[in-house]
Design a binder for this molecule. Structure first.
Ligand SMILES: C[S@@+](CC[C@H](N)C(=O)[O-])C[C@H]1O[C@@H](n2cnc3c(N)ncnc32)[C@H](O)[C@@H]1O
Length: 315
C-alpha cells in the first residue's frame, strides 16, 4: 500500500497521506460522506495558546459544532470519533470541555462508548487548585456496529500466572495469554521537554496514545482524519500501522513540522516512545535527584535530635 509515499495536499480517496494546509472545514468539504473510519483530534481549547484566538465560550462551541457536524457526515457508519480535550479556564474557574461538547455528539445521534482518562505527570503547577494531571478522550460511534480490535492493544496481565482454583477449568491459566484490556485509564507520558518526540509545538499528542486508538478502531487501509493536525501525530500513527492518514493545519510553521515528521516516519528515522515502554520510575532508575537535599542524613540526625528534645520538654 505504501509504495506510493507521496504527501498530497488535497483529499482524494485513492491517496494514502493528505496534509491540507488550511482550515479544516475547507478540507472536510472535499471528503466524501461516510469515508472515514476514525476521526481523532485535540482541538484548540480556547485558552489563548499561540495558535488560537480566545473567543466567547458560545462562539467557541459554535465553531466546534460546525467541525463536529462535518466530521460526522464524513464518518463511516462503522466508524469512531475521538475528541481529546482538557479544561477551558474562565477567571480561575474550570469548565471541562468534554461536558460542554458531549451534547453536540449525542444530539447527532452518536453513542458514547468510553470517556478515557489520559493521566500524565507533567504540567503547570497550580497554586489555587490541584494541578491538572489528566485530560479525557471522549469516544463516540455512529452505530452499534463498529470496529473494535482488542487483541492488538492488549497490555500485560498483572498476574499472568494466576489459575482457576475450582470448577471445570481448575488448574488452567485464567487470563488471556495475549494480555488484558487496557481499561479506560491510560497512563502515558505527555510530550514535555524531555520527551523524545518534543518539537516546538506546545501541545503535541504522544504517538503511542494515537496508535492505541488507530489499532483498536480501524483496520488496514482505512482512513484516519485529524482536523486539527498540529505536528502530524495522527497521520504518523495511522501510516505506521498501514492505515491512510489525513489532516488539516492552519499554521505554516506546524505544517512544515508535520511534513518533516511524516517524511521521517516514512524513511524509518522518526524517534518515538514505544507503546510498550513502562513509564519512567525515578526510584527504580536510581536517579540521585529523587533524594531531597533537605532530608540528607546529617539533617535527619539533627531533626531526630530536635524531636527527642521536644519530647523531653513535654514531659
Ligand atoms: C491542540 S493542537 C493539536 C496538536 C496535535 N494533536 C499534535 O499532535 O501536534 C491544535 C492545532 O489546531 C490548529 N488549528 C486551529 N484551528 C484550526 C482550523 N480551523 N483548521 C485547522 N487547524 C487548526 C492549531 O494551529 C494547532 O496546531
Amino acid at each position: 500500500m505504501f509504495e506510493k509515499r507521496k504527501i498530497s495536499n488535497k483529499f482524494c480517496i485513492s491517496e494514502n497521506i493528505v496534509l491540507y494546509p488550511g482550515d479544516c472545514l475547507k478540507l472536510l468539504e472535499t471528503i466524501p460522506s461516510g469515508s472515514l473510519k476514525l476521526v481523532v483530534t485535540s482541538p484548540p481549547y480556547n485558552i489563548g495558546k499561540e495558535y488560537e484566538k480566545r473567543l466567547k465560550l458560545e462562539s467557541y462551541i459554535e465553531q466546534q459544532s460546525a467541525v463536529i457536524h462535518e466530521c460526522v457526515r464524513c464518518l463511516s457508519p462503522h466508524g469512531s470519533i475521538c475528541w481529546q480535550v482538557g479544561n477551558y479556564v474562565d477567571n480561575g474557574a474550570i469548565i471541562p470541555l468534554d461536558t460542554i461538547l458531549y451534547p453536540i455528539f449525542s444530539g447527532l445521534g452518536l453513542k458514547m462508548r468510553n470517556r478515557i482518562i489520559w493521566h500524565f505527570e507533567h504540567g503547570l503547577h497550580c497554586t489555587q487548585r490541584f494541578s491538572g494531571r489528566y485530560e479525557t478522550i471522549i469516544w463516540f460511534t455512529k452505530s452499534d456496529k463498529f470496529t473494535f480490535n482488542l487483541d492488538p492493544i492488549r497490555v500485560p496481565q498483572k498476574y499472568p500466572g494466576k489459575k482457576y482454583f475450582k470448577g471445570p477449568k481448575a488448574g488452567q491459566y485464567s487470563c488471556n495469554p495475549l494480555g488484558k484490556n487496557p481499561g479506560d485509564l491510560w497512563v502515558i507520558p505527555n510530550v514535555k521537554s524531555n520527551h523524545v518526540e518534543k518539537t516546538d509545538h506546545p501541545c503535541q499528542f504522544p504517538v503511542e496514545l494515537i496508535e492505541r486508538l488507530v489499532l483498536s478502531m480501524t483496520d488496514e487501509g482505512d482512513w484516519v482524519l485529524d482536523p486539527f493536525l498540529g505536528t502530524g501525530t495522527s497521520i504518523i500513527a495511522a501510516i505506521r500501522h498501514k492505515r491512510r492518514g489525513a489532516g488539516a493545519e492552519m499554521s505554516s510553521k506546524y505544517i512544515d513540522l508535520a511534513k518533516q515528521r511524516i517524511s521521517q516516519e516514512l524513511s524509518g528515522t522518526l524517534k518515538t516512545r514505544p507503546m510498550d515502554k513502562p513509564v519512567y520510575d525515578p526510584v527504580e532508575a536510581g536517579n540521585s535527584l529523587r533524594i531531597a537535599p533537605w532530608s540528607k542524613k546529617s539533617d535527619d540526625n539533627q531533626l531526630r535530635l530536635l524531636e527527642r528534645q521536644a519530647r523531653y520538654h513535654v514531659k
